[in-house]
Write a protein of this length. Structure first.
Length: 449
């Protein structure tokens, strides 16, 4: 086991001492991220800064941890449950598409040159093969219906007229094969339609169904379990008597689902070390997410529990604000634990820093292409750490939201993305990397600046 607070191969950092103001700022931010737990001397805050993992490296560590685990066996998933999964086997056509010559339009199937005598009975979609046509004969036909043998073309309804004897005439020239979809026009049976690694979208579901599939072979969804820690949390009603509402219990499960996970359980553990140990050791999830308890206070039990089960601590603190005291551990070969800080925005920072790349890799989703936008105003930075700031996207600019403290949710509730602000801050107009929120919708005019 790697001891809590250590990390193999940690890069060396500058050893210059902090000045007094910077040290006090670090102490205050540590207090904010932890929800009240403050290391006494500023030197301790400086020590934490030196052993914490840089933000980008922490994200890569999480992705690498998922890649290193045992390969997950593909599963057969009914089409109705497959949206968002990744194909683990090629999607090969099980039939020709279309599987028979079919009409592309409502109109008449005609044989030979006109005018044509029209049969009394028409041809509808879903019916058996109609009788062949002879030259000079036509039959009413619906879109999607099977084409009679020896048909020359389909004459669209708007391009035909009847004379006084009931014969059909074309009002414009028709071409052989016009408005007929021949069998196999889109694919032949056995053709590869989509390769391994394709994300299942609504379009993929439609193509799979058309090609004859009832289920697809896919990478299974990662299973996640949420453990909500803290005796001070209320599940309902107004805050009272020093108790506060639990914001993370309602927020994290849908957020994890939006990241592609199947949330199998949400448990309220409180500040109970034995209950936490039982929950962690009894979990069958691929990812356990805990809320709070990652610091060194008297009721912060996450580190002691991880040490007791001989977990491998991969990340212990990240150089990011909010969210510095987050952690990532391998609890067993096929399972990881992400410990989130207790404050809501700090927890979201941990979710996007550690849980998102781990879940994405487990689900075989490709990493999103990084993109940047200029900031509409300057953003103050931390002296040494990355900052994640909620922003809304307005045209070609990212507008920082000012309710961005570790315990605040007002900014993230209105945000489209989080801006990645490097140490030292960013100037107005400077390009900032953006992390999209999985449900962000452009054009929602809610901006708490």
């Amino acid at each position: 086991m790697t001891a809590p607070g250590t990390r193999a191969g940690a890069p060396a950092e500058d050893s210059d001492d902090l000045d007094v103001e910077e040290a006090l700022a670090l102490v205050r931010e540590a207090k904010d991220d932890r929800g009240g737990q403050v290391p006494a001397p500023a030197a301790e805050a400086q020590g934490e800064r030196h052993r914490a993992t840089p933000w980008a490296e922490a994200r890569e560590t999480a992705a690498r941890a998922a890649r290193a685990r045992t390969r997950r066996a593909p599963v057969s998933v009914p089409l109705g449950d497959a949206l968002g999964l990744v194909l683990a086997a090629p999607l090969d056509a099980l039939t020709d598409l279309p599987s028979f010559d079919t009409s592309a339009m409502d109109g008449w199937a005609v044989a030979g040159p006109g005018p044509w005598e029209v049969r009394d009975e028409g041809v509808l979609a879903g019916h058996a093969q109609p009788e062949p046509l002879t030259d000079g004969e036509a039959v009413r036909i619906a879109t999607g219906a099977r084409i009679p043998a020896d048909t020359t073309a389909v004459l669209r309804s708007e391009h035909g007229r009847s004379d006084g004897q009931g014969r059909l005439h074309a009002t414009r020239e028709i071409v052989h094969g016009q408005d007929i979809r021949p069998r196999g026009q889109e694919c032949r049976s056995g053709d590869q339609l989509l390769p391994v690694g394709t994300r299942v979208t609504p379009g993929v579901l439609g193509l799979a169904a058309a090609a004859g599939y009832d289920a697809v072979t896919a990478v299974p969804r990662p299973r996640a379990e949420v453990l909500v820690l803290g005796d001070e949390l209320l599940a309902e009603g107004l805050p009272r008597d020093g108790l506060i509402r639990d914001a993370l219990g309602p927020m994290l499960p849908p957020w994890l689902r939006a990241l592609g996970a199947e949330v199998i359980k949400v448990r309220r553990i409180g500040d109970d070390a034995k209950a936490l140990l039982r929950a962690v050791t009894g979990s069958e999830a691929d990812l356990i997410v805990t809320t709070g308890g990652t610091a060194g206070g008297p009721v912060d039990h996450v580190h002691p529990v991880l040490e007791r089960i001989d977990a491998e601590l991969l990340v212990d603190g990240v150089k990011v604000r909010p969210g510095h005291p987050m952690l990532l551990a391998r609890t067993k070969d096929a399972q990881h634990l992400v410990g989130l800080p207790g404050n809501p925005l700090a927890a979201i920072s941990g979710l996007l820093t550690l849980a998102e790349p781990l879940l994405r890799t487990l689900a075989a989703h490709p990493a999103p292409e990084p993109y940047t936008l200029p900031l509409s105003e300057a953003v103050q930075g931390h002296p040494y750490d990355t900052r994640l700031i909620p922003v809304v996207l307005r045209g070609e600019r990212a507008v920082p939201l000012h309710y961005n403290g570790p315990a605040m949710l007002r900014g993230i509730a209105a945000a489209d993305a989080l801006a990645v602000v490097p140490p030292g801050g960013a100037r107005q107009g400077e390009e900032a990397e953006l992390l999209d929120l999985p449900w962000a919708t452009a054009g929602i005019e809610v901006c708490f600046t």
